[in-house]
Design a protein around this ligand. Sequence first.
Ligand SMILES: Cc1cc2nc3c(=O)[nH]c(=O)nc-3n(C[C@H](O)[C@H](O)[C@H](O)COP(=O)(O)OP(=O)(O)OC[C@H]3O[C@@H](n4cnc5c(N)ncnc54)[C@H](O)[C@@H]3O)c2cc1C
Length: 466
Amino acid sequence: MVADGSAAPPSARRPLRVAIIGAGPAGIFAADALTRQDDVPVSIDLIDRLPTPFGLVRHGIAPDHPKMRAIRETLHRSLDQPLVRFVGNVDIGVDLSLEELREHVDAVIYTYGAALDRRLGIPGEELPGSLAATDVVAWYTGHPDADRERVEAALALARSVVVIGVGNVALDVARVLAREPSELESTDMPQHVLDVLAAAPVEQVTILGRRGPAQAAFTTQELRELDEMTAATVLVDPVDLELDPASEERAAADRVVGRNLGVLRGWAGHVLEAGRTPLRLRFFRRPVRLVGEGRVTGIEVERTAVDGDGRAVGTGELELLPADLVVRSVGYRGTPLPGLPVDESSGTVPHDGVGRVQRDGRSSAGEYVAGWIKRGPSGVVGTNKHDARETVDALLADAADGTLAVRGAVDDLVETLQARGAEPVLLEDWRAIDAAEVALGASRGRARTTMHEREALLAAVRAVVR
Ligand SMILES: Cc1cc2nc3c(=O)[nH]c(=O)nc-3n(C[C@H](O)[C@H](O)[C@H](O)COP(=O)(O)OP(=O)(O)OC[C@H]3O[C@@H](n4cnc5c(N)ncnc54)[C@H](O)[C@@H]3O)c2cc1C
């Protein structure tokens, strides 16, 4: 509110201050959409709990997918916009409460992603040797919060690996674990990750699906890539490719499913040659429990069939598969941000359909949501662009009709954070980190090596004398 208690329209003198929480694709696309319009003067703080931008583009997309990871160059152009201020190393809910943040800005866009794993809910899931794909991905991409000890202890004993789930993340994990060390050398993986993977005793990798190949969520390109590895052979049991009529119909109607089946059928005749790592795709198997004394040594599965609606139905037939490492890749969900409602079942923030946050069934003035925390963990990076645009359109419409307005003088967010001892990482600081990673890579003949320790990232910032 301005001095007389009323709200004022944004102007060049006092633009609308918008905080975006989460500098992943959705946050960056939202910032970009705000800078590409002339209707409402804005200034944007793009906040992330990590000292680095890009969210899952840095800590999700597989390092052996350099072309996909290169999307960060495009995202970087939006960070370079003068109206956008990157404010990294600030955890909303820890360094600053949501309530405190809202005192500094007129509007908040939540784009903090959905980084928690979903669980299987079966006995044995807590045993050492049982990991979530989120753990493994965080580790191999060098996320500062990765549980190195747990993942590396599991990998040291991993002869038989079972990956549960039939989406692209399961393929990423299986591929990274089955690759020859030399195939990963050109990636930006931290050096300790390369070393641990090279020493891991992996002899076989199995990907398990509860339902059939017609219900799998792989994209065809990612699936095909499994068979392009130097030392692994993909094996598929032809019996698993015999489909019920409803699945046949699905394969005929859905081009991706049809193409995936074509790829899988092409692999059904593969023969394993000596010295190669078998990478098996097994369908119609539902995990029942993880078996082991003190650590995982196997996984019991129940054979299934799919009903007319594509649901898995147990047959009662049990099978024990050897496994020293079980990685579940059965989805992501959002973490609750203290002070923000979350729909428990979907793990997303309730909104009006276009991104206005709902509290008690009504749109909450000045609160918006985009990306995975808005629509759940689905789609590719580009899906977040349209999604963020939709949310920003809602924000701009609210600014145009006066629902959202400048609320009065506010203190500078970064100065406030610094005054209370936080160490916000700004764009030029990120550039110092970026340069340090490139230099670290160059010292080993690589284009970049990801620095995985928060302290090392911050040390790179402090090392630059300004
Ligand atoms: C393993 C994996 C592999 C993938 N591979 C591909 C691929 O090959 N190709 C493709 O197109 N898509 C891929 N995706 C999907 C893609 O990464 C997502 O669509 C996209 O990253 C979602 O964007 P987002 O901004 O909503 O969330 P995120 O990318 O998760 O960004 C959220 C950001 O919010 C920050 N944050 C969280 N909590 C807070 C807080 N309290 N305060 C401040 N900041 C916070 C996080 O640090 C993070 O930077 C993959 C996803 C995963 C999980």
